[in-house]
Design a protein around this ligand. Structure first.
Ligand SMILES: Nc1ncnc2c1ncn2[C@@H]1O[C@H](COP(=O)(O)OP(=O)(O)OP(=O)(O)O)[C@@H](O)[C@H]1O
Ligand SMILES: [Mg+2]
Length: 224
């Protein structure tokens, strides 16, 4: 079977002339179902750029991306939201929660966009929030949540719609050690129990301890 996600020779170049930065340099990497892949590397080594291209949020300058065997890098801008919505759950470094919506509403919104009806959206949102231990916080707005609670809300939102691929950028960075452990356990469970393909960018030894495989970036290149 083809990998859940495959990037082939992808590169990302930002800027021109003196400002030209090769953020990702000819990386080839497969992400398998049931796998928790950890992407590591120093600050500025291209981790977020790579993950964003894997998540079809950022277009590669060159190279190809395949999701479940389908070449998505060839798709037009108009077709990408559909791919993102059905195949991918993305947890951003900066959460990207809507500040005017409560934790529950942030998740319901994603489901409503997938045309799930209102009552069911609410039920699924509450179920997801329970899985990340936020039942009691569901009605709060992001401004009233701690960093860890925001992170957990963002993870719950990424899981709405049950995507086969989950990508998370520094998901434990703002969490206390106990909450961090819970999130890592949750991510590992997504891979091992739910069969998802999970890739995580992190510096956290807790993630390293549980990851199945590590991809190491340096200056945009995959060195291990
Ligand atoms: N939008 C952008 N425009 C120009 N340069 C960028 C842009 N985004 C990232 N870069 C540059 O590309 C390189 C890789 O950045 P990236 O954010 O992918 O690294 P990172 O490994 O995620 O770093 P960190 O650990 O600090 O989050 C860096 O040199 C960065 O300055
Ligand atoms: Mg980053």
């Amino acid at each position: 079977m083809e990998p859940a996600l495959l990037v082939k020779n992808i590169s990302k170049v930002y800027g021109r002339g003196e400002n030209r930065v090769v953020a990702v340099d000819s990386v080839t990497l497969a992400l398998e179902r049931r796998e928790l892949l950890l992407i590591m590397g120093p600050s500025g080594s291209g981790k977020t750029s790579l993950l964003s291209m894997m998540g079809c949020i950022l277009r590669p300058t060159s190279g190809e991306i395949y999701i479940e065997g389908r070449r998505v890098s060839a798709l037009s801008e108009a077709d990408l939201p559909d791919v993102r919505r059905h195949a991918l759950g993305f947890v951003f470094q900066a959460f990207n929660l809507f500040s005017a919506l409560t934790a529950a509403e942030n998740i319901e919104l994603v489901l409503r966009l997938k045309r799930v009806d209102k009552a069911r959206s609410r039920a699924i949102a509450m179920d997801l929030l329970a899985r990340v231990g936020l039942t009691k916080r569901a009605h709060l707005y992001p401004a009233d949540l701690s960093g860890g609670e925001k992170q957990r809300t963002a993870l719950a939102r990424a899981l709405a719609g049950d995507p086969p691929i989950v990508l998370a950028d520094e998901p434990t960075a703002n969490l206390d050690s106990k909450t961090g452990k819970e999130i890592v356990g949750l991510l590992k469970g997504l891979a091992e129990e739910s069969g998802k393909a999970v890739a995580v960018v992190s510096h956290d030894p807790k993630v390293e301890a549980l990851a199945h495989r590590i991809a190491l970036l340096e200056d945009g290149r995959l060195i291990a």
